[in-house]
Design a binder for this molecule. Structure first.
Ligand code: ACO
Length: 433
């Protein structure tokens, strides 16, 4: 960050002026440094939803929403999705560089060796109702990890931070698969150390103790690609939640549980589940016009799920890769004429030609296609956001580590524009109207 330029702020009430430093990143928009604003001017900035606020300095992920660019540590998401694999992307996010083959196998070995859950944690699932939403189970079980792994809770110790990070990345697929197995009334399947990360997850989801189960390599590759595409996305709601929770010094397991809670909402990670529900409600191509009209109606709360993004005002680059993966998966499974995919593609075509969506720059986002792929793989709708959480864990963990290591890190404490009563004398109960 450099500071050679400045913005001049003038208070028109008294003619006073202040120079606010402008900080340049390595690429992307510069920021106006307002850290001393309150001390100097007696005013706060006002930015609900943080649409114009940078909350931290980061070297992890760069997004140019207008151009549809997403890069991790400088590498484009399109290249990573096609040429890399999820374990390599995890290493890249955590350590800043692509691993050598030796570093990669050591990393994979360490992750593989943390995939099993403490046996007592397995009994924890049984406290949930069988029909619990798996995201509810995920929030509870991930939060409970801090009760089981006391030896990795000292956030001032780099070794503790590393072990907690590995544990979170490694155990998330096991927790996700267990949440599913529990809802099915099936026994939990223990992880298998000779399987890759995505493969192991599919194995724990679908194997039973009664027979051999071989994971389809095309589906394992598709799952791995989905994990890459969801691995990190800079300071979105759930990542900001993880950072904010962590800024108080909370342990990483508790912080990631907070991130999972934030991800669950339909405006964020819950959208992939909402897309499928929406497509099922629309039902047929004949009804598309009615739902497009509803999405455009200001008095109707209905929104086209899987469309629009706070940052992307162009095609979400992840959605493009997923569209291709979606076709590969359907071909592999021999699913022809999948009505929901046809409906989705027609909806996308109509929306992209509609002046409302064109003018507001509303394009399909990553959630638009992921749901269709998951459904084709036999993953129930309620598990969609769980898979998002599983993939995003590495991003949350890398962002949390970056925050803890940042010497300028402070507890997150936004201020407000207070518009309530100023001061009133207390009125005794018997004297109130
Ligand atoms: N359908 C219809 N209209 C929409 C949609 C949509 N999906 N998304 C935005 N708009 C409209 C808004 O009504 C608003 O109109 P206005 O300017 O006339 O008031 C305008 O487009 C701008 O939208 P905002 O809500 O201001 O955009 P914001 O950045 O706050 O919201 C969000 C982004 C939450 C993603 C929104 O587009 C949305 O709700 N989309 C549907 C849910 C979804 O797919 N979420 C997944 C996001 S990706 C992710 O989290 C992984």
């Amino acid at each position: 960050m450099s500071s050679k330029k400045s913005f001049t702020l003038t208070d028109n009430r008294n003619g006073k002026s202040w120079d606010l430093p402008v900080l340049d990143g390595s690429t992307g928009p510069s920021v106006i440094d307002v850290r001393k604003l309150y001390a100097d001017t007696d005013c706060f900035t006002y930015d609900p939803g943080f649409t114009s606020t940078g909350s931290c300095e980061s070297k992890l992920t760069f997004i140019d929403g207008d151009k549809g660019i997403l890069r991790h540590r400088g590498y484009s998401i399109e290249e990573l999705a096609v040429q890399s694999d999820f374990m390599e992307v995890c290493y890249l996010l955590l350590y800043g560089e692509l691993p050598t083959s030796e570093q990669k196998s050591t990393f994979e070995y360490k992750i593989t060796n943390h995939t099993m859950l403490h046996e007592q944690l397995n009994t924890f699932f049984k406290g949930f109702r069988r029909d619990s939403h798996p995201m509810a189970i995920m929030c509870g079980v991930v939060g409970a990890l801090s009760a089981f792994y006391h030896d990795s809770l000292d956030i001032s110790d780099p070794w503790h931070r590393m072990v907690a990070s590995y544990r979170l990345i490694a155990k998330m697929p096991t927790i996700a698969a267990n949440a599913y197995k529990y809802s099915q009334g099936q026994p939990f399947i223990y992880p298998k150390n000779d399987l890759g990360y995505a493969e192991n997850f599919l194995y724990m989801m679908y194997a039973t103790p009664c027979e051999e189960y071989k994971v389809n390599p095309v589906l394992a590759r598709a799952m791995d690609r989905i994990l890459i595409l969801h691995a990190d996305h800079e300071q979105n709601a759930s990542t900001s939640t993880v950072r904010l929770a962590g800024s108080s010094g909370a342990n990483p397991f508790a912080c990631i549980a907070a991130g999972i809670a934030s991800l669950w909402g339909p405006a964020h990670g819950g959208a992939n589940e909402a897309v499928l529900n929406m497509l099922e409600t629309i039902g047929s191509k004949d009804n598309i016009a009615e739902y497009i009209a509803r999405a455009k109606d200001k008095n109707d709360p209905f929104r086209l799920m899987g469309f629009g993004h706070r940052v992307y005002k162009n095609y979400d680059p992840r959605a493009k890769v997923l569209q291709q993966t979606c076709h590969e998966v359907l071909d592999e499974l021999g699913i022809k004429d999948e009505p929901l995919l046809e409906l989705a593609m027609e909806l996308e075509r109509i929306a992209l030609e509609d002046p409302y969506f064109v003018d507001k720059k509303l394009f399909p986002n990553v959630d638009f296609y992921s749901g269709i792929i998951f459904r084709a793989m036999g993953i129930p709708t309620s598990m969609f956001t769980v898979l998002f959480a599983m993939a995003r864990t590495v991003g949350w963990v890398a962002q949390w580590n970056e925050m803890v290591e940042d010497p300028s890190q402070k507890i997150g404490r936004p201020r407000q524009l207070y518009t309530g009563e100023v001061e009133r004398p207390y009125v005794k109960l018997h004297k109130r109207g």
